[in-house]
Ligand binder design. Structure first.
Ligand code: NAD
Length: 510
């Protein structure tokens, strides 16, 4: 049986940042909306603020004046839940506390019609747990918005164990009618976005812990991969306290699975009150006179020394790009590179030296495997076409001769990159981070948390990723991702770099 929530009266409980945003979206979509908060006067205050927001949108020409006026008329602050008996939908956005949410919904069950849909905006509590003890647990569903609600398109429609599929479908359809992109998710720790995003922060924090690079370098590498902000900048914006709390909650909820282990680097910053923007200092310093992310200290590279032979190895778009770049770099000398399509690695041989696209192995491991000391490994460029001057991490094998240490950077610069040196950590920054994001998404799909399209949409719309994990996978390969994760596992051991069975079952297929 389908449930139609079009035009229904909506009760929003909690007049904080999320509740106010939900009221705005629901009222602009044409619903009569009542807003309740247990703090006296908070609901009326939130609506006054909302009126000012709508007015400024009208002034900027982003909202029709009549639509704003009509929406304002549809919003009513109430000071007792009993005033919302006629609501067909409740969206709860109160404090993130299981007992508070449970007792609110129990109270609402006594007030609202049995057919009313109960939705929670919880970001971390099990929807199944919130429904436990209700007379009709099947009508409770997660409706997880992202902040700021009016701007962020994603809604995770979270199914608890007892959620009726028709209730979830009704919220799915309603979200679309509210201009959002809904994605179905199973109630599991972190749902989709807060779970799959963990490695974005965790891998950078792990690299910082082993002093592989500075926050600026790591941020620059990931921004070159298309992320709007690097992990360090983003954590500073979210707040280390909040980000650390989410990591801890996902870690604990997964019975302390080492894959989600929080970072000592971040624990120390939280302990010291270095929360980021809001406290004036995190990875970067904020406040008067401080530019948020200081400029990168980029080395100036001279032209590489003349080589006798340059060969581009391997196949695929990255190898093709390297060939074009090498042709351009060598053209002034009147000659070009050779191409060796049959090689099982991608990169350049420059006389006896090797410049190799990471497959997960460290530069030192590659030097051993390729039988030459002068090896440098570079990170995976993922944005195509690769923009001139893109930041790219690289590492030189500790066995390399001194001349190759400077030549490796000089060659990458000559090929059009902004080379950023890193310690010889396996899979460097981008390859490592993307492989782990893909791995986490693969596990989420394996466990039925969401499907592949849902994971891609959620990460693009919930946290503004430039592409979804399965889209990255299409531009890479299952075997390539598996190799990176195996290399990380070989280096670090333990449970963290565990290949998802979803990927393992697809590896080595043609
Ligand atoms: P907030 O602190 O800004 O607002 C919460 C409001 O709820 C407060 O005004 C408080 O007075 C009121 N409240 C608390 N207990 C209540 C109760 N029992 N009855 C009625 N009102 C009560 O919080 P927020 O950031 O808007 O978050 C609200 C919910 O949304 C939480 O569950 C949170 O996890 C979730 N959420 C937050 C974000 C975010 O980025 N802030 C994103 C997604 C989901």
């Amino acid at each position: 049986m389908s449930i139609d929530l079009r035009g229904t009266e909506v009760l929003v409980v909690g007049a904080g940042i999320m509740g106010a945003g939900i009221v705005q979206v629901a009222a602009l979509a044409g619903h009569p909306v009542k807003l309740f908060d247990m703090r006296e006067g908070a609901a009326a205050q939130a609506l006054e603020k909302l009126a000012a927001t709508l007015k400024s949108l009208v002034d900027k020409g982003r909202l029709d004046a009549e639509a704003a006026r009509a929406a304002m008329e549809r919003m009513v602050p109430i000071n007792s839940l009993a005033q919302a008996r006629g609501a067909g939908l409740v969206v709860e956005a109160i404090v993130e506390n299981l007992d508070a949410k449970r007792s609110l919904f129990r109270e609402l069950e006594g007030l609202l019609a049995p057919a009313a849909v109960l939705a929670t905006n919880t970001s971390s509590i099990s929807v199944t747990a919130i429904a436990n003890g209700l007379l009709h647990p099947q009508r409770l569903v997660g409706m997880h918005f992202f902040n700021p609600v009016p701007l962020m398109k994603l809604v995770e429609v979270v199914h608890g164990l007892q959620t009726d599929a028709a209730v979830a479908d009704a919220i799915f359809e309603l979200s679309k009618a509210w201009g959002k992109t809904p994605v179905h998710a199973k109630s599991t720790p972190g749902f989709i976005v807060n779970r799959i995003a963990r490695p974005f922060y965790a891998e950078t924090l792990a690299l910082l812990q082993e002093q592989a690079a500075t926050p600026q370098v790591l941020d620059a590498c990931l921004k070159a991969a298309g992320f709007r902000m690097g992990p360090c900048e983003l954590i500073d914006l979210i707040g280390h306290d909040t980000n650390f709390a989410v990591t801890n909650s996902v870690y604990a909820a997964n019975f302390f699975d080492k894959r989600y282990v929080p970072s000592l680097v971040q624990a120390e910053m939280v302990a010291g009150g270095l929360f980021g923007r809001k406290s004036g200092r995190g990875f970067y310093a904020y406040g008067e006179g401080a530019s948020a992310v200081p400029p990168l200290p980029v080395a100036v590279h001279e032209a590489p020394a003349t080589a006798r032979q340059v060969t581009v190895h391997g196949v695929g778009p990255i190898a093709d790009h390297l060939e074009h770049a090498a042709v351009a770099a060598l053209a002034p000398q009147g000659w070009g590179p050779a191409r060796e399509l049959a090689s099982d690695w991608i990169g350049l041989s420059i006389d006896n030296a090797r410049l190799v696209l990471t497959d997960g192995r460290s530069a030192q491991q590659l030097a051993h495997d390729l039988g030459t000391p002068d090896v440098a490994v570079f990170d995976r460029p993922v944005v195509h076409p690769i923009a001139p001057g893109s930041a790219l991490a690289y590492a030189v094998a500790p066995s390399a001769h001194a001349a190759w240490r400077t030549q490796a950077g000089a060659w990458l610069a000559a090929l059009g990159f902004t080379p950023l040196p890193l310690a010889d950590a396996p899979a460097l920054v981008v390859a490592r981070t993307l492989a782990m994001l893909i791995n986490e998404a693969a596990d989420a799909v394996l466990q039925g948390v969401c499907d592949e399209g849902g994971a891609d949409a959620a990460m693009k719309l919930g946290v503004n990723y430039p592409a979804g994990p399965f889209e990255w996978l299409k531009g890479w390969s299952v075997d390539g991702v598996a190799k990176v994760i195996h290399a990380l596992d070989a280096e670090y051991r333990g449970e963290r770099y565990r290949l998802s069975p979803w990927l393992r079952r697809r590896a080595h297929r043609a």
